[in-house]
Design a protein around this ligand. Structure first.
Ligand SMILES: Nc1nc2c(ncn2[C@@H]2O[C@H](COP(=O)(O)OP(=O)(O)O)[C@@H](O)[C@H]2O)c(=O)[nH]1
Ligand SMILES: [Mg+2]
Length: 223
């Protein structure tokens, strides 16, 4: 196939995927489910945040989780420990989840008694940004050791984000060049409506309350 033919084919596939994602979102809304797509670098703290959030939502929201990784069920096992429904997707060599993988996962997981669906995307700041997974909210994690310039360097993923969470703020004392307000300012320059949170999930002082207060009241939303 030559280049001029390839581009329309790719555009058609992307458009079809967006349609499927919109249908999935509608089906989830019909069940009263709010869906969150957690994105960020590998090791940024996505699974830890999901674990700590599940703990604090116990008795308030019934949660199910879809875990995305190239390989292993390590993260799914971590989540299973909390007694919630969890399904691991292994993408092999693919750097993101897509709506076809999500559709297949949704066939295998019973969501009849679920309020919140958490999707942990493959750790990556590029590929996941162009894939609607039928989520209501896109949550980007930026961890302190990654440095303060992630929104500047990866603006595309921030453009469509609903919230940015700075993780590992217990490590701020070791990263004096990291300024929380600077990262938030850069993120808001890209997406003025973005909500901002800080968390520290290890160390002496756990910080997570503002995030929990926000997520507890999250309602279904059209993208
Ligand atoms: N110091 C510190 N370490 C954290 C925090 N959150 C996660 N980690 C650690 O960062 C590493 C990667 O976390 P994980 O949740 O697996 O990241 P993921 O790859 O984004 O899912 C693990 O060793 C966690 O214990 C935090 O708030 N502070
Ligand atoms: Mg993980």
């Amino acid at each position: 196939m030559n280049e001029t033919k390839k581009i329309p084919v790719l555009e058609r596939v992307m458009k079809k995927n967006e349609q499927i994602a919109a249908e999935v979102r509608e089906q989830l809304h019909e069940k009263g489910i709010v869906t969150f797509n957690f994105m960020g670098s590998p090791g940024g703290g996505k699974t830890t945040l999901i674990e700590e959030t599940i703990k604090r939502l116990q008795g308030k929201k019934r949660v199910a989780v879809i875990e995305g990784d190239l390989a292993t069920t390590i993260d799914a096992e971590r989540i299973r420990h909390y007694g919630v429904k969890v399904l691991q997707i292994n993408t092999g060599s693919m750097c993101h989840l897509d709506i076809r993988l999500i559709t297949q996962a949704l066939e295998k997981i019973d969501l009849s008694d679920i309020d919140f669906l958490f999707i942990e995307n493959v750790g990556n700041l590029v590929c996941p940004s162009s894939h609607d997974l039928g989520e209501d909210y896109r949550i980007i994690l930026a961890s302190v050791p990654e440095g303060p310039f992630k929104p500047k360097k990866y603006p595309v993923i921030y453009k469509e984000a609903d919230a940015v969470i700075i993780t590992k703020t217990d490590l701020l004392e070791y990263f004096p060049d990291f300024k929380v307000e600077i990262l938030f300012q850069h993120a808001k320059e890209i997406q003025p409506e973005i909500k901002t949170f800080v968390v520290a999930l290890k160390g002496e002082k756990i910080i997570i309350d503002d995030w929990i207060t926000w997520i507890e009241q999250a309602k279904p939303k059209k993208r």
